[in-house]
Design a protein around this ligand. Structure first.
Ligand code: SGN
Ligand code: CA
Length: 529
């Protein structure tokens, strides 16, 4: 793929680029009135860029998701502001970092009275809808139509809340969510208005339950272990203290579906019971398909009697198989949506976005889950297809707070001053772009939680990352990403890094001031050990 856009050499600031775009739209309207571009914002939950073939072809082929990239752009340096579901969604809706939108962790409730891009698009004449995972506790606001899963939602026979009414639906969540989206596109919306549809799948969230038709895929695939699978976390105390290890924390019955009929396999009692309860919620046909697959896996597992590294590696491979089966269904359903848009002539006036609420560990560092500011979970896939826009790779460092201003600028709406993010539209149009920030700011707050990731904030430049973990530990980490892309060597406090550390702390403090969160670094300044 060719490279386009470069944040370093640009001279225009974000707001100036925005002004240029608005005047361009204004000029166009004089001669040729056009309906504003539709927005189809597709997001999956926990979809790693490692498992999208447009990014990485080691594990799976995702031909349909790749169609978006092939005809549009692939952001190669796309990041989130807070690597966890609810907070990430709140950042996207508001274009603001977590402390400013108030949804800092998954236990929060979103203040639906605040400004969001769907509300601003409604004011601009758009018809808006959210279908699928919502995860913000309070009811959606700013949507003409909403049909959301409750909390995380179930993979099989999920209950939705449709505009306030509970509806239980038979079938597999990714198929059902796609059906609902297609139904709204076909019959539900006002076709006189431009639309903005948030199609947000629950897949591939834990516990990675495949559709019955995909259960036999990858059955014989022996995935190579990631380079850092046996990381010993030396020099990284927060990494050592997590509870998201495939070896120690991935549950045989709950995560890996070894709920044997003989009741001989036992794991964490709470998780084991939850695993058996999930199975019991399926209907008889679903159970039969499930048994036809997992009963064989269970008997082979029992016969192998694995221990130690052999057991760890079996768990990793079983996790990969289920996760990739779930992605196969996601990709097939994205294909259905793209085919629909093509058949209705909507490809020429719809911006299509594909992303995830964060990245995910596919065994790197020995982990599943996310939360850390380390690369695999700080990054997130981002593909966009803008009709008439450029094609290829965009290497600029972008963040999920940038989506809201992008959609607003595309719609011809002005971008409110209090939005932290920066519109990506100039990048999509091949224009010069310079973000309104010196580097990326990150802050994860949720602690204590089931995976024991300590709260932390940090800054990332193109070459370096500085992180401060706080709470029940007070530790800094510094990585030279060009020398150490796997972030195994914490060089914080090492001789010769003093100047670099000072300058990164200055950038960090500057960002915290810019975003109005400086109290964190002020308390951090006490610790200069
Ligand atoms: C659930 C999962 C966790 C996961 C969080 C947050 N446990 O609690 O493994 O980290 O969601 O995920 S589970 O037993 O319920 O599957 S998030 O993407 O929704 O933020
Ligand atoms: Ca998630």
């Amino acid at each position: 793929m060719k490279k386009i856009g470069n944040s370093v050499s640009n001279i225009l600031c974000c707001s100036l680029a925005g002004t240029a775009m608005l005047s361009m739209v204004g000029c166009k309207e004089k001669t040729e009135p056009q309906k504003p571009m539709n927005v189809l914002f597709i997001m999956c939950d926990d979809h790693s860029y490692q498992t999208i073939s447009a990014y990485d072809s080691r594990y799976i082929n995702t031909p349909n998701i790749d169609r978006i990239a092939a005809d549009g752009v692939r952001f190669t340096n796309s990041f989130v502001a807070n690597s966890i579901s609810g907070p990430s969604r709140a950042c996207m809706l508001t274009g603001k970092h977590s402390h400013a939108n108030g949804f800092t962790n998954n236990k929060s409730s979103f203040d639906g009275a605040q400004q969001t891009f769907p509300k601003l698009l409604q004011a601009q004449g758009y018809e808006t809808a959210v279908i699928g995972k919502w995860h913000l506790t309070s009811d959606p606001t700013g949507f003409d139509h909403w049909d959301i899963l409750i909390g995380q939602g179930d993979y099989y026979n999920p209950t939705f809340i449709r505009n306030g009414e509970k509806v239980q639906r038979e079938g597999y969540a990714t198929n059902v969510t796609t059906d609902l989206a297609l139904e709204w596109l076909e019959n539900g919306r006002d076709s006189q208005k431009p639309f903005c549809l948030l199609l947000h799948h629950k897949a591939p969230h834990r516990t990675w339950m495949p559709d019955t038709c995909d259960l036999e895929l990858f059955a014989d695939t022996e995935f190579p272990l990631p380079e850092t699978f046996y990381d010993n976390y030396e020099g990284r105390d927060a990494a050592a203290g997590q509870r998201m290890s495939i070896s120690k924390d991935m549950d045989l019955v709950y995560d890996l579906k070894l709920a044997d009929k003989e009741n001989e396999i036992h794991s964490n009692p709470g998780l084991e019971a939850a695993g058996r309860a999930i199975y019991n919620k399926m209907d008889s046909a679903q159970k039969a398909a499930w048994d036809a697959h997992y009963d064989r896996v269970i008997s082979e597992f029992k016969a192998a009697n694995l221990t130690g590294k052999a057991l760890d590696e079996w768990k990793y491979r079983q996790y990969m198989r289920d996760y990739l089966r779930v992605i196969t269904s996601v990709d097939r359903n994205i294909g259905r949506v793209l085919d629909y848009l093509e058949s209705k002539g909507l490809m020429d006036n719809t911006l299509i976005v594909y992303t995830s609420d964060q990245g995910f560990y596919m065994g790197e560092h020995g982990w599943f889950d996310k939360r850390f500011m380390y690369e695999e979970s700080f990054r997130t896939p981002l593909l966009m297809r803008l009709p008439g826009g450029v094609k290829g790779d965009i290497p600029a460092m972008v963040q999920n707070i940038d989506y809201a201003p992008t959609f607003l600028e595309l719609a011809g709406a002005s971008v409110p001053q209090d939005i932290h993010g920066c519109s990506l539209l100039p990048l999509l149009q091949g224009k010069e772009w310079q973000p309104n920030r010196e580097a990326l700011y990150y802050h994860y707050y949720e602690f204590p939680d089931e995976h024991a990731v300590r709260p932390h904030y940090g800054v990332r430049t193109e070459k370096y990352k500085l992180i401060r973990f706080y709470g029940d530990m007070d530790k800094w980490e510094l990585f030279d990403l060009s020398e150490d892309p796997n972030e195994l060597h914490n060089i914080y406090g090492k001789q010769g890094t003093e100047q670099l550390t000072d300058s990164l702390k200055t950038i960090l403090l500057g960002l915290q001031k810019q975003y109005g969160e400086e109290e964190y670094i002020e308390s951090a300044a006490v610790d200069e050990k």
